[in-house]
Design a protein around this ligand. Structure first.
Ligand SMILES: Nc1ncnc2c1ncn2[C@@H]1O[C@H](COP(=O)(O)OP(=O)(O)OP(=O)(O)O)[C@@H](O)[C@H]1O
Ligand SMILES: [Mg+2]
Length: 414
């Protein structure tokens, strides 16, 4: 029986706290998993930004990526690593690069999800009037009646970039005058106009990591660090299953292992309004109470992927399209698609793997979350975001919320 090492690379941006928690807990686990006649051990490192030879092989088996959506050199390195060395990367860089919000709306419209009415409008301005652009617009761009589109979508509506991006340029619009003004000010952005779901009673974020999901009641009006609320029991069992299954279908469909889906509830319907977030907030300053869940889910999924040498699977959209039929309810549609989703995420195998090889994870993690090292990791992130005089106070707040999670949920995390 040989001892083999699986190498997990962290591709990081402004991530300060979670990589510390992830690495320290994984090291403390000291895993030695019997697999395929070998004993599998683990090593974690942080990827650097270096020039690279396209033919150079990489030693990693799994990469957890947080940079692809805005830093191209890393994205291209990752693509090379997948093509040359079969590295399993989440999220799939091609999928992150090409699935803007518009693609996700269209795909889910086709699958029968209740997506609010959405239009795309050409941009108000262009950066540079290159000859080709001038020719194209002169011949093919027609004046359009913005007011008429506003009426078709209906007020209130949201104007927001078709590709999203952290609340950038999102505005709520109540009438034609506001629409005209917002369009005038939208510059070079390509915008969606989307029917607003207003007067809703609940706004939920569902975080998915592989086949694992977590629901959080989201409070839009709270300060940033309190938006992920700690409220419990805000959905009944059927609603919980519906939202989790919607999220898993979306994630499996687009080959996203890690994504968060925003759904709004109004008059008995859960509307997905934004489910293209394939680099979800992972910072303790946002997740606080839910931070340990994310760390543990990440460890489970990455260790499973590394041990089993999981491969980047192609997207198989026709399977989903063929599974649903005209006239089906949302629940029936999800029931028809969930077997495809669970096959993709190997849910059963994953759960068995966790029960067999990671049964000590909760205990090890709970212990680490109570240490001065954990507190220090929290402090580092707080210090990067908060004014100096608030650092102690918020470090304490977030650290305490982590302790609350450990006390309340630490043993029941999958
Ligand atoms: N159709 C809608 N109905 C109601 N509220 C909406 C709608 N669209 C957007 N919003 C509000 O605007 C916010 C930002 O919109 P959206 O999530 O689509 O953009 P974003 O740039 O992706 O934001 P982020 O990346 O932070 O999630 C939503 O979280 C929601 O509060
Ligand atoms: Mg959003």
């Amino acid at each position: 029986m040989a001892e083999v090492t699986r190498k997990i690379g962290l591709s990081l941006g402004a991530d300060i706290c979670w990589p510390v928690a992830y690495t320290e807990i994984l090291n403390k686990l000291d895993l030695a998993i019997p697999w395929g006649g070998d004993t599998v051990r683990f090593e974690v490192d942080r990827l650097r930004i270096d020039p690279f030879d396209l033919e150079e092989h990489v030693p990693h088996h799994v990469v957890i990526d947080r940079l692809t959506h805005w830093y191209n050199p890393r994205r291209e390195w990752i693509k090379k690593a997948i093509l040359l060395d079969d590295v399993y990367v989440f999220n799939n860089p091609w999928s992150v690069q090409s699935m803007e919000k518009l693609t996700t709306y269209c795909a889910m419209i086709r699958l029968g999800f209740p997506i609010p009415r959405t239009w795309l409008i050409p941009p108000k301005e262009y950066d540079a009037w290159e000859p080709d652009l001038r020719h194209t617009l002169q011949h093919y761009a027609r004046y359009f009646d913005l007011e008429q589109i506003g009426e078709k979508v209906g007020y209130p509506l949201f104007m927001k970039p078709y590709d999203g991006g952290g609340w950038r340029a999102v505005s709520r619009i109540d009438n034609a005058d506001e629409l005209k003004k917002a369009y005038e000010e939208s510059g070079t952005s390509v915008m969606h106009l989307q029917e607003a779901i207003h007067g809703f009673d609940r706004f939920v974020r569902c975080i998915g990591l592989g086949p694992q999901t977590r629901l959080v009641l989201y409070d839009l009006d709270a300060p940033l660090h309190d938006r992920y609320t700690m409220t419990q029991n805000f959905v009944d069992d059927d609603e919980s299953r519906l939202i989790r299954d919607m999220t898993l279908v979306i994630n499996a469909f687009f080959a996203w292992d890690f994504n968060s889906c925003e759904v709004i509830h109004k008059d008995g319907v859960w509307y997905p309004i934004d489910f293209a977030n394939p680099c979800p907030d992972s910072q303790v300053t946002s997740l606080h109470y839910h931070f340990p869940w994310m760390i543990l889910a990440n460890i489970r999924w990455s260790v499973f992927a590394a041990t089993t040498l999981r491969k980047q699977l192609p997207m198989k959209w026709p399977r989903y399209f063929q599974a649903v039929e005209e006239g089906m309810t949302m629940r029936e549609r999800l029931d028809a698609m969930m077997p495809i989703v669970h096959r993709r995420f190997a849910t059963e195998r994953f759960e068995e793997f966790c029960a067999t090889h990671l049964s000590h994870l909760d205990e090890v993690a709970n212990e680490w979350f109570g240490t001065a090292d954990c507190r220090d990791a929290v402090r580092q992130k707080v210090a990067a975001l908060f004014p100096a005089h608030e650092v102690e106070q918020y470090t304490e707040t977030f650290f305490e919320r982590i302790q609350n999670w450990c006390a309340r949920e630490g043993a029941f995390t999958t």
